[in-house]
Ligand binder design. Structure first.
Ligand SMILES: [Fe+2]
Length: 144
């Protein structure tokens, strides 16, 4: 169980950093499709925000403590924050494709650990994440 909680907390940390990064891009993106991408990034960070709450509450459901401070998140997250500066739309695409690929990998690995540990609830919960990231990656790659 501890390995699973560790992975879930690390996933939570990455989602929290990714949320900040997506909103940073929402503010700083530039390019001819600004209006479309500005709105799309808001949709993405709203999705991530729901996932943050769901994963934290799932950890609580398993009787453990979710990480809750930015300090903790930054210490263990693999996803890197974006700089607070203007960024071209092409670059945003390539950065978030890489991050969604990482999140898909993480969600898949959580699925495997959950199955191994017979945590049926975690295994079932994480399916939606795998589908969500797979679909977003397909769509992002069509626009790139
Ligand atoms: Fe906004």
């Amino acid at each position: 169980m501890n390995e699973l909680i560790k992975e879930l907390n690390s996933f939570l940390a990455n989602l929290c950093v990714f949320y900040r990064k997506l909103q940073n891009y929402h503010w700083n993106i530039i390019g001819k499709d600004f209006f479309i991408l500005h709105a799309k990034l808001e949709e993405y960070y709203d999705d991530v925000n729901s996932q943050i709450d769901e994963i934290a509450e799932h950890i609580l459901t398993l009787g453990k403590q979710p990480l809750g401070t930015m300090k903790d998140y930054l210490e263990i997250a693999t996803i890197q924050e974006a700089k607070n500066e203007k960024i071209e739309d092409k670059e945003v695409f390539s950065k978030i494709i890489a991050d969604y690929e990482f999140l898909l990998q993480t969600a898949t690995s959580i699925k495997e650990i959950a199955e191994e540990k017979k945590s049926v609830a975690t295994s079932s919960l994480i399916d939606a994440y795998i589908l969500d990231y797979s679909k977003k990656l397909w769509m992002l790659k069509q626009s790139n």
